[in-house]
Design a protein. Structure first.
Length: 631
C-alpha cells in the first residue's frame, strides 16, 4: 500500500512537469462540459491506456514499443480531427455524412466532439488517444516502477503501481479541469466567448498534436522543466528507504532481508534491462583483461571465524537460462550432493571483473573436492545480451566453469537478486547458506566454501585461503581510499553531473561544447553526438568526452557502432599524454582503438593519486560510450 501511495503521489506531481503540456489541450477540450460525462471518462481512458502500454513496454520488449508507435500516429490523427471540429463546428457534420447510413448513434458520437453536451463514448475515445500519446518525464518514481517491471516481470503489482501513477496524474488533471471549467463558464456568461474558446481549444489541440509529432514532448520539454519534480519525487523515495539504495519495487527473497552490498557492488537500476533488443558485433574482443595468474599467495584461515551458517531457502532452479557455455544445462539432479557457488555477473561490470579472479581461483582449487561454480551472466547493457559477445568475453577472461546466460533475468528474479556481483553459497542438500554482494570479504567467502565442503563429508579440505591472485589490468583490486568519483552513465536515462551548455538533447544529433572549467566529477561532450537511453553515439570524427575525476584508475565502457568498424582514439590527462599513468588498453602516448563492446582501462595513476582532467578524443566516427567506472 505504501508503494501504491508513492506511485500515486509521483503521478500527481506530473502536473508540474513540462512533459504534461502537450496533452493539456486535449484535456481542456472538455472544459465547460459535464465532468462525469466528459472529463471523467477522458481521464479514465487516459490512465488505463497509459498503464497498459507502460506495463507491456516494460516487460514485452521492443515489439510493444514499435506497435505503440503506430498507435501514436493513429491517435494523433484522431486528435487532430477533434481539434479541427472544434475550430470549424460545421466540419464534423460534413465529415460524418458518409457514416449516417451506419446509424445516427455513431454520427452523434463523433459530433459530440464539438457539442456542449459531450458524450461519454467520444470522451473515452479521446482519453484512450491521449493515453497513447502521453510520454511523462521519467523522474525517480516512474524510473523505479519501470525498473521493477523489467526485473520482476509481468505481475499484478506492476500493473497496479503503474495504474496508481496514472491515477495520480489523472487526479491533478481533474482538479485543473474542474477549476478551468469554472473559469471558462464565467467567461461564457460574461463575455459570450464560448465560440472563441472552442476555437482556441481546437487550435491548441492541433498545436499539441504538432508538438508530439515533432518529438517535443520527450525532447525539448524534458529539458525545460521549471519545477524540480525529480527532487520532490526523490524525497518520497528517501522517506521510504532512508538508509538503503535499493529500489522499493524490486522484490527480494526473505533470506536477503534488505542486505546491502558490503563493498563495491553495482545495483540494478536500469529500465533498459526490460528491452529484448540485441546489438550484434562481428568484431572480436581484444584480450586485454587478464585472467588470474596461476601463482597465488595463500594464508591459513580459521573456519570457525565464519560462524554458524543459517539456511536462507532452497536454491531456485536454473531452468530460465537462455543458453549455457562450458557445460550442458545443469539441473538440481546434476548438482545433487555438490557444494555450489552461484556468481551473478556481467562482463563489462568493473566490480565483477575485480572479484572474478577469486571466483576462478576457488573453482580451480576446490573442483576435485565437490565445488561447482556457476556464473550467471545477467546483462546490464544491450550489447551484453549478444551470446557471441559473452562467449568471447568468457574465452578472453579464461573462464572454464559453466556459464548460464540469463538474458530474460529469470534466474535473477528467482534468486531475488539486485546486485552485480552477487555470490550465493549452496550446500550439498541444495539449501542457500550464505550470500555476499559486491567485492571484498574474500577470506570469509572462501571459509564458507570450506565449511560447506566439510559438512558434505569431504576430507582433507584445505584451510588456507587465497589472499592474492596476481590479477592485473582492470581486474586489479581498487584503491578504495582514493576513489572520489562515482560510476557515471552517459545515456540520458541515468545521466548526472553533465555540464555541457544546453544540457542533454535526447535521441537526436546535436552539437555539444565543453565549459571553460570542470569541477570534480563534472563531465561534458564536444562535437556532434546522439545521446540515447543507455549510451552516447558519436556521429562525426573529432568528438571528445572530458571528465574531472579523482581515482587511481579510470575505465570507460565503449563499443563500435553496428557496423563494427574500429574507432581510433587519443587520451590526454590535464592536456598532455598520460605517460606512466596510461591504462592497460592504451599506449604511453594515449593512443588506442575501440575494437569491441567492453570495458576499457584508460588511466592507472602510479605513485600519489590526485585529481585530474581526463579527455578522450575519437579520431573516427561511430563510437558508442556507455559508462565511466573508477578504482
Amino acid at each position: 500500500m505504501l508503494l501504491i501511495l508513492i506511485s500515486y503521489l509521483g503521478g500527481v506531481l506530473t502536473i508540474l512537469s513540462p512533459c504534461i503540456l502537450p496533452v493539456l489541450p486535449f484535456v481542456f477540450a472538455r472544459t465547460g462540459q459535464p465532468f462525469r460525462r466528459s472529463g471523467l471518462p477522458l481521464l479514465v481512458g487516459m490512465a488505463l491506456t497509459f498503464a497498459a502500454v507502460a506495463t507491456l513496454a516494460a516487460v514485452g520488449g521492443n515489439w510493444v514499443l514499435q506497435t505503440n508507435q503506430y498507435g501514436r500516429w493513429l491517435a494523433m490523427a484522431l486528435l487532430a480531427f477533434f481539434g479541427l471540429t472544434l475550430l470549424f463546428p460545421h466540419l464534423a457534420d460534413k465529415l460524418t455524412k458518409p457514416l449516417i447510413a451506419v446509424g445516427d448513434r455513431l454520427s452523434n458520437t463523433v459530433n459530440t466532439a464539438h457539442a456542449d453536451g459531450g458524450g461519454v463514448g467520444s470522451s473515452l475515445l479521446l482519453g484512450v488517444a491521449t493515453g497513447l500519446l502521453w510520454a511523462p518525464c521519467a523522474g525517480p518514481v516512474l524510473g523505479l516502477l519501470l525498473t521493477g517491471a523489467a526485473l520482476n516481470g509481468a505481475s499484478a503489482q506492476t500493473t497496479f503501481l503503474l495504474l496508481a501513477y496514472a491515477a495520480g496524474a489523472a487526479t491533478s488533471l481533474a482538479v485543473a479541469l474542474l477549476i478551468g471549467g469554472k473559469v471558462f463558464a464565467a467567461m461564457k456568461r460574461s463575455l459570450g466567448a464560448g465560440e472563441w474558446i472552442r476555437r482556441i481549444l481546437g487550435a491548441a489541440m492541433i498545436a499539441g498534436v504538432a508538438a508530439i509529432a515533432l518529438g517535443l514532448d520527450t525532447g525539448l520539454l524534458t529539458r525545460l522543466s521549471t519545477v524540480a519534480t525529480s527532487g520532490l519525487e526523490q524525497q518520497l523515495i528517501d522517506s521510504y528507504t532512508p538508509n538503503s539504495p535499493d529500489s522499493p519495487d524490486v522484490q527480494v527473497n526473505p533470506a536477503q532481508a534488505q542486505t546491502a552490498p558490503q563493498q563495491g557492488a553495482m545495483m540494478a537500476s536500469n529500465a533498459m534491462m526490460a528491452s529484448n533488443a540485441m546489438m550484434a558485433s562481428d568484431k572480436q574482443m581484444a584480450s586485454n583483461t587478464m585472467a588470474p595468474s596461476n601463482a597465488m599467495m595463500s594464508a591459513h584461515g580459521d573456519n570457525a571465524a565464519v560462524g554458524a551458517l543459517h539456511e536462507e531457502g532452497i536454491m531456485p532452479a536454473l531452468t530460465g537460462a537462455t543458453q549455457w557455455l562450458n557445460s550442458k544445462p545443469l539441473t538440481a539432479q546434476d548438482l545433487k550432493g555438490k557444494v555450489v557457488l552461484i556468481d551473478f555477473w556481467t562482463y563489462s561490470c568493473i566490480n565483477c571483473l575485480r572479484s572474478l579472479p577469486y571466483v576462478q581461483a576457488w573453482a580451480k582449487k576446490y573442483r576435485d573436492q565437490g565445488l561447482v561454480v556457476i556464473g550467471v551472466h545477467a546483462p546490464e547493457f544491450a550489447f551484453e545480451r549478444d551470446p557471441a559477445n559473452v562467449s568471447k568475453a568468457v574465452r578472453d577472461l579464461g573462464i572454464s566453469y559453466p556459464i548460464a546466460i540469463d538474458n530474460n533475468y529469470a534466474i535473477w528474479r528467482a534468486f531475488g537478486n539486485k546486485y552485480w556481483p552477487a555470490h550465493y553459497f549452496i550446500d550439498a542438500t541444495g539449501r542457500i547458506r550464505h550470500h555476499h554482494f559486491g567485492e571484498g570479504e574474500y577470506v570469509q567467502s572462501e571459509q564458507v566454501i570450506q565449511q560447506l565442503l566439510e559438512e558434505a563429508g569431504q576430507k582433507n579440505v584445505a584451510n588456507d585461503v587465497v589472499i592474492e591472485t596476481g590479477a592485473a589490468g582492470a581486474q586489479m583490486a581498487a584503491d578504495d581510499s582514493q576513489v572520489k568519483s562515482p560510476e557515471t552513465y552517459l545515456g540520458y536515462s541515468r545521466v548526472q553531473n553533465f555540464v555541457s551548455p544546453g544540457g542533454i538533447q535526447q535521441n537526436r544529433n546535436a552539437d555539444y561544447s565543453l565549459p571553460a572549467q570542470l569541477a570534480l566529477n563534472q563531465w561534458g561532450l564536444a562535437g556532434n553526438w546522439k545521446v540515447q537511453e543507455e549510451h552516447a553515439a558519436l556521429t562525426q570524427k573529432g568528438g571528445r568526452i572530458t571528465y574531472r575525476f579523482h581515482a587511481r584508475d579510470l575505465h570507460l565502457v565503449l563499443g563500435p557502432d553496428k557496423d563494427g568498424k574500429p574507432v581510433r582514439f587519443r587520451v590526454t590527462i590535464d592536456g598532455t599524454a598520460p605517460g606512466a599513468a596510461h591504462g592497460s588498453d592504451i599506449a604511453v602516448d594515449g593512443s588506442g582503438t575501440v575494437t569491441a563492446q567492453r570495458l576499457y582501462q584508460l588511466v592507472r595513476q602510479s605513485g600519489k593519486v590526485a585529481g585530474h582532467t581526463f579527455s578522450i578524443e575519437f579520431l573516427d566516427p561511430g563510437v558508442e560510450a556507455y559508462a565511466f567506472t573508477f578504482g
